[in-house]
Ligand binder design. Structure first.
Ligand SMILES: [Mg+2]
Length: 181
């Protein structure tokens, strides 16, 4: 039997964040001082996110395995000769469909329901859809010759320029509406 216990990012922790707490760790250390990302959402953090805060600059172990996963998906596809069906259009539609399935799991849940915690059953269904989305995104990238990790890094770099901390901290304004420096 395959042990899949380490495949998931870990249980979600529902924490009521005090005003300003998204910028601090539980011990009061400012996240910006240790290079960690601010806490996000409505006070829901995964164990993996907490691990990132404790070890700034480190990704959860499984998040570093994207390359292995991409090769495995390619091998799976080739063995079944399914590459013939994987056109960019077909894969983009399949990806959109899976994103829709992920959203459908949450569409009628309120923020307060989710802040109270995510049940094991819901987490299991969300995990299933997250897997589908990631697989199709990787496969789409392969077919189109795109390196998704490289492009995501490039986008984050661009967004660091577009959203300077001095002008965007705590603001939901689009970069075109921020003051120019
Ligand atoms: Mg699905």
């Amino acid at each position: 039997m395959v042990d899949r216990s380490s495949d998931r990012l870990g249980p979600l922790s529902a924490v009521a964040l005090e005003p300003g707490a998204q910028d601090r760790r539980d011990d009061g250390t400012r996240l910006a001082d240790v290079g960690a990302a601010p806490r996000v959402g409505v006070g829901i953090r995964t164990d993996a996110m907490i691990e990132c805060e404790r070890q700034p600059g480190r990704y959860p172990r499984k998040m570093r395995d994207l390359d292995d996963l991409a090769h495995r998906i390619e091998k799976f596809t080739d063995a079944r000769d399914w590459g013939r069906f994987h056109t960019p259009r077909g894969l983009a539609l399949a990806l959109a469909g899976e994103v829709g399935e992920l959203a459908a799991e949450l569409q009628w849940k309120t923020d307060s329901e989710l802040a109270a915690g995510i049940s094991d059953d819901l987490r299991s269904r969300l995990s299933d859809e997250v897997a589908d989305v990631l697989i199709y995104l990787i496969r789409f990238s392969q077919v189109c010759g795109i390196d998704p990790v490289e492009q995501a890094h490039a986008k984050v770099t661009r967004n660091e320029d577009r959203y300077p901390v001095a002008h965007s901290k705590g603001s939901a304004a689009k970069y075109t509406e921020l003051p120019r420096t």
